[in-house]
Design a protein around this ligand. Sequence first.
Ligand SMILES: Cc1cc2nc3c(=O)[nH]c(=O)nc-3n(C[C@H](O)[C@H](O)[C@H](O)COP(=O)(O)OP(=O)(O)OC[C@H]3O[C@@H](n4cnc5c(N)ncnc54)[C@H](O)[C@@H]3O)c2cc1C
Length: 363
Amino acid sequence: MTRRRVAIIGAGMAGASLAAELAPHDDVVLLEAEAQPGYHATGRSAAFWSETYGGPLVQPLTTASGPLLHAPPADFAERSFLRTRGELLLARDPAVLDALAQDFANSGVPIERRDPHGVVPGLRGLWHGLWSPGCADIDVGALHAAYLAKARRGGVKLRCDARLTGTRRTGDGWELDTAAGAIISDIVVNAAGAWADEVAALFGAVPLGIRPYRRTVVQVRVDPPASPDLPLVIDAAGGFYFKPEPGGRLWLSPHDETPDRPHDVAPEEIDVALAIDRFEAAVDWRVEAVERRWAGLRSFAPDRLPVYGFDRDIPGFFWCAGQGGFGIQTAPAAAQLCAALLGRGNVPQGVDPAAYSPHRLSE
Ligand SMILES: Cc1cc2nc3c(=O)[nH]c(=O)nc-3n(C[C@H](O)[C@H](O)[C@H](O)COP(=O)(O)OP(=O)(O)OC[C@H]3O[C@@H](n4cnc5c(N)ncnc54)[C@H](O)[C@@H]3O)c2cc1C
C-alpha cells in the first residue's frame, strides 16, 4: 500500500492514539499547539473506564477498548492500564435506575440493582442503586505516554508549539501553516478537541456544532477518611460523582456542564462550592479541605456522539472529534475505527461506524 503523508492536528489522547495506529502504514506528523501534548482535556480527566458512561451508543466503543486497556500487548505496555473499582449509580427514584438498566439490557454489560447503603456508608435518606462491577480507574498518563511512544517508534514526528494557523489546497493535498513552519500532507485529521470546529473552519469545512462544556473536579480530604474500596459513585440525576484517592481523599465533581469556549479553562469557585454542597447533602461526611481543583473542557457534537470520518465536502479532511466525557475510555477502539475509515485495518468488533459518521450531522 502506498504510504501517505498524514497530518494529525492535536496530540491529546485522540491524536496520539490514532498516530500510533497509522504509524506502520503512513508518514505521520502530529501537530500540537501547546509546548507539551496532553495539556488540555486529556490531562484533566477523572480517569475512569465505565461501560455505562456516555450512554448505550458510546458503550460499544468503551467495551471494544476494554481488552487492550485490561491486558495490553507486551510491546505496548508492561502492565494493565485499568484497576477495577466498580461503579454505583444512585437515584432517589428507582424508576430512573430501571430505565438506565433497560438501556443496557442487550449490551452484555454486567449491571444489577443493589442496595447502595451497604456499599457507601453514611448516605443520607433513602437511595436506590445500580451496580456495574467492571468499572475501573484508568492510568491516563501511562496510556497517553504509551501511545506517544508507540507513535515515535513507528516514525511519527511530534511537533509541539506548532499551532495550525492557515491552510491551502495544493494539487491533491494540503499545505499547512503552523507556528513551527509549513507542512505538506495528503490527509489531515482534525483531533483538536475543543478547537475542532475552529480547525475545520481553517479548511473551509462547515462546522459541525462541536461545543466545549466546562467540567470541574476537586480533590478533597473528608471526615471520615474515604475507604480505598469505595466504588465510583455517580448520582444518576447528574448532581455529582466521586471516587476515592490514596490517603482517604476523594475526587469529587459537581457534574457541571457549563457551555464555554475553547481556551485554557480554570475552575470557578461556584462549581467548587456546588460540589461540596451536593456531596454533603448526599452523605453525612464532612469536607475538611479542598487540596486541588481543576477544570477541563468536554466537547460534544449536538447529539453527544463522537464524530469519526471524512468530511463530506472537503477533500482529505477527516474528523476525529466530539469525544465528550469518554475520550479516554474509548480511545483504543476509536483509534482503530478511525484507522479503518482511513483505509488501514479493520473496524473493531461490535462497532457501527455509521453511528459516528460526520454525515449524520450535515443531513
Ligand atoms: C473533568 C473531566 C473529566 C473527564 N473524565 C473522563 C473519564 O473519566 N473518562 C474518559 O474516558 N474521559 C473523561 N473525560 C473526557 C476526556 O478527557 C476527553 O474526551 C479526551 O481527553 C479528549 O481527547 P482529545 O485528544 O480529543 O482532546 P484534547 O486532550 O483537548 O486534545 C486536543 C489537542 O488539540 C490541540 N489543538 C487545538 N487546536 C490546535 C491547532 N490549531 N493546532 C495544533 N493543535 C491544536 C490542543 O492544544 C489539544 O492539546 C473527562 C474530561 C474532563 C474535562
